[in-house]
Design a binder for this molecule. Structure first.
Ligand code: UDP
Length: 147
């Protein structure tokens, strides 16, 4: 027997509330938006990420000039790591997050509503969201090996 054509397929994504979001007290608001959109929380953990974890997490950016300041920023305080689940959640959370640059991210998005440019070497844009199924699987295994 095959699934009905419109049967939802479950997908998971890794969301990080970055240290700027945690520091500014926006973790709850960001999690609220994920839940309000209709996605399910699978795991939530406040933690301090070490350099090895972040080097792996940002492996695709190896060699880029912003990598060192980015890792330093991500180590400047705790991050809230979240696994969210739902049909098309990877694309859905990227849409909730908005464009990388919070100055031009659309109003209505997390970065557009809550972020701005602080004139620093790293773009502090409140959240990370996996950008593909492959990245999501890799990142969830990295942050939540028990899942
Ligand atoms: N970043 C930065 N300068 C850049 C590009 C990226 O500081 O020129 C930072 C920013 O915090 C971004 C992260 O590096 O969120 C990862 O970059 P990516 O291109 O994957 O953006 P995202 O998927 O987070 O929108």
């Amino acid at each position: 027997m095959t699934d009905a054509p419109d049967a939802p397929t479950t997908q998971r994504t890794l969301v990080l509330v970055k240290p700027d979001g945690v520091r500014r007290g926006l973790s709850g608001e960001i999690v609220r938006r994920i839940e309000a959109k209709g996605y399910t929380l699978v795991a939530v953990e406040l933690r301090e990420a070490d350099e090895a974890l972040l080097a792996e997490h940002y492996a695709e950016h190896a060699g880029k000039p912003f990598l060192t300041p980015l890792v330093e920023f991500m180590r400047s305080g705790p991050v809230l790591a979240v696994v969210a689940e739902g049909h098309r959640v990877i694309e859905g959370f990227r849409s909730l997050a908005g464009a990388t640059d919070p100055t031009v991210a659309a109003p209505g998005t997390i970065r557009g509503d809550l972020g701005r440019d602080w004139g620093l070497k790293v773009i502090q844009n409140l959240v990370h969201g996996s950008d593909s199924e492959e990245s999501a699987a890799r990142e969830i295994a990295l942050w939540f090996p028990a899942l």
